[in-house]
Write a protein that binds this ligand. Sequence first.
Ligand code: PNS
Length: 158
Amino acid sequence: MSVSVICPGSFDPVTLGHLDVFERAAATYDRVVVAVVGNPSKSGMFDVDERIAMIEAELSGVDNVEVIAHQGLLVELCRDRGIMTLCKGLRSVGDFEYELQMAQMNRHLAGVETVFMATAPAHAHISSSLVKEIAKAGGPVTGLVPDAVERALAARVA
Ligand code: PNS
């Protein structure tokens, strides 16, 4: 039996923590779809196509991962793809409270299951929002995001 999962998120921008989860998911499951979820009412620092390109560049050596854009309910993507399992990274108890509610809602809406992958301790403090805040203030984001993302952030805030 082949098992596929969807890793959803905003990924604005992708961090080393996200990439670690994608790579571990790819080592655990047969196929991984990374879904970059765009929010039409909230413009990010990077547009969805830019976010996808950054993730694809980092995962070029991982052949069972596909990176796609999605708008709207996640359960619709799950139904369209016939992939009824989400895989998400979990950093902390704070994440857990929010993630548990979403997991239960997605199960309520469409029977979609969520599996949580514990974030590597080295990445537990990393979030896209903090990365953006630091970059906007001219601080260093080395060790939080890939080098190419670091360069893209510097160019965007310049
Ligand atoms: O990286 P983020 O911002 O924590 O990801 C949150 C995301 C995109 C996974 C969540 O907002 C989401 O699932 N959005 C799609 C819309 C949806 O299905 N909403 C109902 C969630 S129960």
